[in-house]
Design a protein around this ligand. Sequence first.
Ligand SMILES: NC(=O)c1ccc[n+]([C@@H]2O[C@H](COP(=O)([O-])OP(=O)(O)OC[C@H]3O[C@@H](n4cnc5c(N)ncnc54)[C@H](OP(=O)(O)O)[C@@H]3O)[C@@H](O)[C@H]2O)c1
Length: 297
Amino acid sequence: MARIAIVGVGAIGSVVAALLQQTGRHEVVLCVRRPLAGLTVETPDGPVEVRAQVVSDPAEAPAVDWVMVATKAYDVAGSARWLETLCAQGAPVAVLQNGVEHRERFAPYVPMELILPVIVDCPVERSAPGRVRQRGVMHLKVPESELGGAFVGLFAGTAADSVAVPNFVTVAWRKLCHNAAGVLPALLLQPSGVLRSEAVGETALQIVRECAAVGRAEGARLDEDVAEAVLRAYRAAPADGVNSLHADRLAGRPMEIDARNGVIVRLGKRHGIPTPCNQMAVALLEAMARERMTPED
Ligand SMILES: NC(=O)c1ccc[n+]([C@@H]2O[C@H](COP(=O)([O-])OP(=O)(O)OC[C@H]3O[C@@H](n4cnc5c(N)ncnc54)[C@H](OP(=O)(O)O)[C@@H]3O)[C@@H](O)[C@H]2O)c1
C-alpha cells in the first residue's frame, strides 16, 4: 500500500488516479489548482468514479510515499509548489510529461536521484469539467532502475501497460520524433490529415530527421527510416485527429513548444547539428502565440 499524490488532474492525471484506485491497494491524493466537484474517467472498460482526497492548497498537502506530476511541461514552476509538503519525507517524483527533459525540468526542486521520467502513451482527453474520456490502454515506460521497478509495481494488476525499459533514452526520443512533426498541424490550424499532402509531408520528414539527428547525438538508437515511419503513422491515423499542441493553441492556452521542438533546437546547437526546420517552426508558433496574447489597441 502506498499513499500517492497526483499533481495535475487533467487527462493523464485522471487516468492514473483511476488506475491506482482500482488496485484497491493505494490511497490517492488529488492535488488541483481549482475546485474539483467529482471525477469520472470513461475507461475502455466502463466509467470509473474516482473517490480520493482532494487538496487545492499546497500548504495543506500531506507528506506521501510517491508523487506523480501530470501537468503540462510549461506548468513546472506551479507544480513544484506542491513538492515541499508532498515530499517532506523524501518521496520520489515521477514526471509524466512529454519531451526528453523530465529530470532537467525538476532538478531545481527535487534531488536528481528521486526524479523518475515517465513516457506516457494514451489516447485521452478531458470531455467536460471533472470528466475524462480514455480511448485506449495507457502505456507507461520508465528507465530500468530501482525507482523504475517500484513505479511499475504500483500499477501491478491494473489495465495499464507499465514497463521498465533498458533503453529509455531511445524510447523518449522516438516519442519526441513523433511529437515533433505535430508542430505542423498546430501551425496550420488543420487536423493531422494535413500531413497527407506531399509538401507538408516532406516538411514533416525534415523536422523528424533533425530530431533524430539530435537524439542520436544524445545517445538514442533510432532507425535510419524513423522519419518515414513517423510520417506513415500520421497518415494511417484518422485524418481529423487534433494533437495537444494544436488543441492548446485553439483554446488560447500556452503550448508545449519548447518541450517538443525548442529542445531539438537547443540541444542541436549544443551538438553543432543544424535544425533549421524546427527553428522556423518554433519561431513562427511562438510569434503567433504572442500575437494572440497581445491585447488589441
Ligand atoms: N492527453 C494525452 O493524450 C497525452 C498523451 C501522452 C502524453 N501527454 C503528456 O502528458 C502531460 C499532461 O498532459 P494532459 O493532456 O494530461 O494535460 P491536461 O489535460 O492539460 O492536464 C494538466 C492538468 O494540470 C493541472 N495543473 C497545472 N498547473 C497546476 C498546478 N500548479 N497545480 C495543480 N494542477 C495544475 C491543470 O489544471 P487546470 O485544470 O486548472 O487547467 C490540468 O488539470 C503533458 O506533458 C502531455 O504532453 C498527454
